[in-house]
Design a protein around this ligand. Structure first.
Ligand code: FES
Length: 71
């Protein structure tokens, strides 16, 4: 099993669990709290705390349900 698990949440963020580093397009690192077991990245584009999810997807009624192929 991989060290990092990414979950595409229904109508919401990407939940990322595991040891990661997160950078912007200029190569600058976002500070992450190593004591937190997971982070959530915005998928809807409405977060005021991008790239992190701040719950704004609920207000903008973002809808997206992505399913992995069933083997
Ligand atoms: S996915 Fe939560 S604020 Fe965008």
């Amino acid at each position: 099993m991989a060290d990092v698990k990414i979950t595409v949440r229904k109508n919401g963020s990407l939940k990322i669990e595991g040891p990661i580093e997160l950078y912007d397009a200029d190569g600058n690192a976002f500070p992450l709290d190593p004591s937190k077991p997971a982070i959530a990245l915005c998928r809807c584009g409405a977060s005021k705390n991008a790239p992190f999810c701040d719950g704004a997807h609920k207000e903008c009624e973002f809808t997206s349900e992505v399913k992995a192929p069933v083997a």
